[in-house]
Design a protein. Structure first.
Length: 168
């Protein structure tokens, strides 16, 4: 059952995720508009039926502070889809410095990747090029919208266009 709703700012940028109940109240009070309903699901009262929201858009622009993604082990794993960026395995994962820490490599989004312990040990104090271990994907700083996807609850198809900037 759908229990989360994507809330878009007035300019259609992703703002947050809220409960179906909260989203319904915002639409009912005309503080937001229904952009996308949950496929065929309805909310019912004794005498009325309403489409269940999946995506709503606020009628007034909310000036939200910049929401960056905190650099943590767990967030690096999420960005890299819990896969070793060298061999693709999902077992024994750890964090690897692309440019080795022992040679001045920093703890940044673009220098840290998910690696299995075996590949991390094999790469050692070398860069991926020196170790002849190419990265599957170049590390990048993820956007806040990407991390809203964690709250999808199986609604990926319904939210993807809005989270990827291809709204309405």
């Amino acid at each position: 059952m759908i229990s989360r709703v994507l809330v878009l700012n007035q300019d259609y940028s992703p703002l947050m995720v809220c409960s179906v109940e909260r989203a319904f109240v915002l639409v009912y009070l005309k503080k937001s508009e229904l952009v996308k309903s949950a496929n065929g699901h309805r909310l019912r009262s004794v005498s009325q039926s309403f489409p269940m929201p999946s995506v709503i858009r606020l009628n007034r622009y909310v000036n939200a502070p910049y929401k960056g993604v905190t650099l943590t082990r767990q967030n690096i794993f999420k960005r890299d889809n819990f896969e070793c960026q060298y061999c693709g395995t999902r077992r024994d994962l750890t964090i690897d410095h692309v440019f080795p820490k022992g040679r001045g490599g920093l703890d940044t989004w673009t220098n840290l990747v998910t690696a299995c312990k075996k590949c991390n040990a094999k790469k050692g104090d070398y860069t991926p090029e020196e170790a002849k271990m190419p990265l599957r994907r170049k590390p990048y700083k993820p956007s806040y919208a990407i991390f809203l996807k964690d709250q999808l609850n199986g609604q990926a198809d319904e939210w993807d266009a809005f989270l990827n900037g291809h709204q309405h």
